[in-house]
Design a protein around this ligand. Sequence first.
Ligand code: OFO
Length: 169
Amino acid sequence: MINEKMQAAFLDQINKELFSEYLYLSMKAYFADLNLMGFVNWMDVQVQEEHAHAMGMFDYVIERGGKVTLEAIDKPENSWKCPLDVFEHVLRHEEFVTSRINALMDVAEETKDRASLIFLNWYLKEQVEEEASVGGVLAQLKLIGDDKTALLALDKELATRTFVAPVIG
Ligand code: OFO
């Protein structure tokens, strides 16, 4: 059975993953308003990934004999200066999430919950990929600057991203 401290840490992280889903949904709406449909698609995949991350933890807590209780989700930001501003926000947010996964691993170590430590390994690896993928788009946006043609080319590229349901754990 999962210990109380570990369960509380997971419940807090489920809330943060659901907030991530909400934040990226808000960013998706921002790009839809700009008619940048490739960026809309990229955010849509991100939304689905965050939902899967939250549900992975939700199912895990239950599987370990714990109880899931949900809290309110914070209101996400809904305006940004430009696509670069959005992706700077995404990277900051993903770095924050990485720090939270590390904090969960600290609790797992502290409470000698090895099953949770193994489970959280997947999330840590996922964060490495997330930061790399966001960093890639961010680097391209920095190169693009004010070049609208280049921005539309990137939009086309981002339209090809597809969601693959992750096998968590
Ligand atoms: Fe759940 O990885 Fe992004 O936030």
